[in-house]
Design a protein around this ligand. Structure first.
Ligand code: AQP
Length: 332
């Protein structure tokens, strides 16, 4: 089975619908056909300088949400990034193969740095894509299931792998992004031209999976649409309505065409009401399952420790090969 790798940062108490539909759903689906490795990338989260207690809590919460979504720690490897030291070690090596200008062109860095101000942006945020490349390349991952916003980071990962291979001989598998077009970008409910994001959303634009169901329903009911009345899928002209149809379709399993047909002659209010029901039908049991995992942190930590052991068994030989190829004196 080909190998896949992906991860999310524990930078919020809850994942949101964009994380879930853009990435996590695909992670779950790929577990059968692939040898899947999924990580809570806590080292990446350090780029926002979290409060230590908050980071620790969010790391467990993120892992619990992976499990509740259907990541099976028997079939797949589930671990916390900082438990496998090879990630940070390979990142240093690859940073020496990354051009300053190349890293400066990353749009996510430019956006996030602009929001934090030049003084606020740290070097970790700048080298973030190099750490991400290390995450992927350590495991010879052929495929990386992510949302559209990660495409550029996948490109630099591929460039680094190719550059290293050209210089030192075939060492890394050059990975492909796995981006499912229909759900590659879930939009902010309050500003349907912007991506739903943990740190970027409008006050009412974010749907957190662990939010109070009443708040979720209210946000869906107040989603920005347009001045027309017709329900049709047209992301250019009708981004708000199209986003609602996308979310509905992804969660209910009904095709967009079917939904458009079912809503013929009905108003936006009906669509929002039904969508709220569809979302709550998903989040209610999801939240209960997450609570169950969080009620037993010792068991959660045990599962993560097993995952780290399995991850290290793959990562360590890769790093050893890299060290040998670049001429580091072997440790005795
Ligand atoms: N709106 C989205 N639509 C589709 N996919 C999305 N992803 C994020 N937002 C959307 C995908 O979810 C994963 C998140 O990875 P991460 O935790 O490393 O990224 P992040 O930048 O902290 O998360 P956000 O939520 O995207 O927050 P901000 O606001 O900080 O940008 C990735 O696979 C991503 O593609």
């Amino acid at each position: 089975r080909p190998r896949i790798f992906s991860g999310m940062q524990p930078t919020a108490d809850s994942l949101h619908l964009g994380n879930y539909l853009g990435a996590l759903v695909n992670w779950v689906a790929l577990q059968d056909s692939h040898e899947a490795i999924y990580s809570v990338v806590d080292l990446h989260a350090l780029t926002v300088n979290p409060d230590p207690g908050v980071l620790l809590e969010r790391t467990r919460r993120t892992a619990a949400q992976y499990l509740a979504a259907g990541i099976d720690p028997q079939r797949s490897i589930l671990f916390v990034q900082s438990h496998v030291a090879e990630h940070a070690e390979l990142a240093w090596v690859l940073s020496c193969y990354t051009g300053f200008g190349e890293a400066s062109r990353m749009t996510q860095f430019k956006d996030k740095a602009a929001r934090q101000g030049t003084e606020g942006a740290n070097v970790g945020l700048f080298t973030y894509p190099v750490l991400m490349a290390s995450d992927i390349l350590l495991y010879d991952a052929a495929l990386v299931p992510v949302g559209e916003d990660q495409r550029q980071h996948l490109e630099i990962t591929r460039d680094l792998a190719q550059r290293f291979n050209a210089r030192h001989g075939d060492t890394f598998v050059v990975p492909e992004p796995h981006i499912v077009r229909a759900t590659a970008k879930i939009y902010d409910l309050g500003d349907p031209t912007a991506k739903m994001g943990k740190s970027t959303s409008t006050a009412t634009g974010l749907v957190d999976l662990l939010a109070d169901p009443a708040v979720i329903a209210k946000r869906i009911r107040s989603a920005v649409t347009d001045a027309e009345r017709e329900i049709r899928f047209d992301p250019e002209a009708k981004p708000g309505v199209s986003n609602l149809l996308t979310i509905h379709s992804a969660l209910s399993g009904r095709s967009i065409d079917q939904l458009v047909e079912d809503f013929t002659g009905r108003g936006y209010g009906d669509l929002k009401k039904e969508l709220a029901e569809v979302v709550l039908d998903f989040v209610t049991p999801f939240q209960a399952t997450v609570r169950g995992y969080l009620d037993d942190p010792a068991e959660l930590d045990r599962v993560l420790a097993v995952g780290a052991e399995r991850a290290r068994a793959i990562a360590a030989p890769t790093l050893a090969t890299v060290y040998e190829r670049i001429g580091l004196l072997p440790r005795r």
